[in-house]
Ligand binder design. Structure first.
Ligand SMILES: C[S@@+](CC[C@H](N)C(=O)[O-])C[C@H]1O[C@@H](n2cnc3c(N)ncnc32)[C@H](O)[C@@H]1O
Length: 271
C-alpha cells in the first residue's frame, strides 16, 4: 500500500482531532468564509476545519487520503445536518478528477504538508483554485519550540532514517521553500503572505494521558514507539514526550491539558 496512505490510516486520528475542535473553529473564523463560497479542505481529516467552514454556509468538499477519516467526516456532517459538506478520498499530490479552477478557496491545515511531492501539491492546489481565489495553508515549523514540531522531532530521533529522496513535511514550514513551490506553480512571491499563528489543542485529561493517546492512535507517534520498542528505547521516548507535553501545558485545571502550538499560516492569492 501507498506508505503515505498507510501512515494516516493507522491508529485513529479522530482521537487527536477531537482535541482540535476549538482550534479549528478559531482558525476558520479568520478566513472570511462566506455563504455559497466553494471551499476545498485538503487533508481535511474528519473535518476539524471543513465542518466550521460548512457551518458558515460554504459549499465544502473535504479531500483526504485516509478512507476511515473520510468516512468519519461524512458521518459528522450527516449528524450535524450539513448537506453542504461532503468528504471524499483523494491525494493532494494528484487531485485527479477534480476540475481546474473549481474552488474560491482551498484550505489545508496541517494536511497537504504531509503529502509527498511538494511541488506537485502546490501545482494541484493552484490548478483547482479559480483565478482571483486563494489558498490558505497551516504548516508546522521545523525546530519551533512548541508542541507538534518538537513531537515530530523527538519521534524522528527514534525512527529509522527515511528512504533516500524523502522530503520532510516540515519543509512546508520554511517560507523560502513554500515560495519556491508556489513559484514553480506560477504564483509570484508578491502574491504569498506568511504569518505566525497559534493553534490550541484541548484535551480532557492530564498531559501523560494525552501522550498515551498519541502513542496509541497517532500514526507517526505509533511508528516511533514501534521502532523504539524494537531498539529497547520505548521508555526513553515515553519520558521525553511526557516532559514535552507537561512543559507545554497551559491549563490551570490538573485534569485537563491545553497546549498552544505555533504554525506558519500561508496565504496565496491565485493569479
Ligand atoms: C495532522 S492531520 C490534520 C487533519 C485536519 N486538517 C485537522 O486539522 O484535523 C493530517 C491529515 O492529512 C491527511 N493526508 C496526509 N497525506 C495526504 C495526501 N497525500 N493527500 C490528502 N490528504 C493527506 C491525513 O490523512 C490527515 O487527515
Amino acid at each position: 500500500m501507498n506508505p503515505n496512505k498507510a501512515l494516516w490510516e493507522k491508529g485513529d486520528f479522530t482521537r487527536i482531532a477531537a482535541t482540535m475542535r476549538e482550534g479549528g473553529q478559531a482558525l476558520v473564523d479568520k478566513l472570511a468564509v462566506t455563504r455559497g463560497m466553494r471551499v476545498m479542505d485538503l487533508g481535511c481529516g474528519d473535518g476539524t476545519t471543513a465542518i466550521p467552514e460548512a457551518k458558515l454556509g460554504a459549499q465544502v468538499l473535504g479531500v483526504d487520503i485516509s478512507s476511515p477519516l473520510v468516512a468519519a467526516g461524512n458521518r459528522r456532517a450527516k449528524e450535524m445536518g450539513l448537506s453542504n459538506c461532503t468528504f471524499q478520498e483523494g491525494d493532494a499530490s494528484n487531485l485527479a478528477g477534480i476540475e481546474d479552477r473549481s474552488f474560491d478557496l482551498v484550505v489545508s491545515i496541517f494536511g497537504a504538508m504531509f503529502a509527498p511531492k511538494p511541488f506537485d501539491v502546490a501545482k494541484e492546489m493552484v490548478r483547482v483554485t479559480r483565478p482571483g481565489g486563494s489558498i490558505v495553508m497551516g504548516n508546522w515549523i521545523p525546530n519551533d519550540p512548541t508542541l507538534v514540531a518538537q513531537l515530530l522531532k523527538i519521534s524522528s530521533a527514534y525512527t529509522p532514517p527515511p528512504p533516500e529522496g524523502f522530503v520532510s513535511p516540515m519543509t512546508w514550514g520554511v517560507e523560502g521553500q513554500v515560495a519556491e513551490r508556489f513559484g514553480a506553480a506560477g504564483v509570484s512571491a508578491q502574491k504569498i503572505t506568511f504569518a505566525r499563528d497559534t493553534f490550541v489543542f484541548n484535551f480532557g485529561g492530564t498531559p501523560a494521558m494525552f501522550v498515551a493517546d498519541f502513542r496509541d492512535y497517532y500514526g507517526p507517534t505509533m511508528n516511533a514507539f514501534e521502532a523504539a520498542t524494537k531498539s529497547g528505547r520505548a521508555a526513553d521516548l515515553q519520558r521525553e514526550l511526557e516532559q514535552l507535553f507537561q512543559s507545554q501545558n497551559k491549563s490551570q485545571d490538573p485534569g485537563r491539558t491545553s497546549i498552544p502550538a505555533t504554525f506558519l499560516r500561508v496565504t496565496v492569492q491565485v493569479p
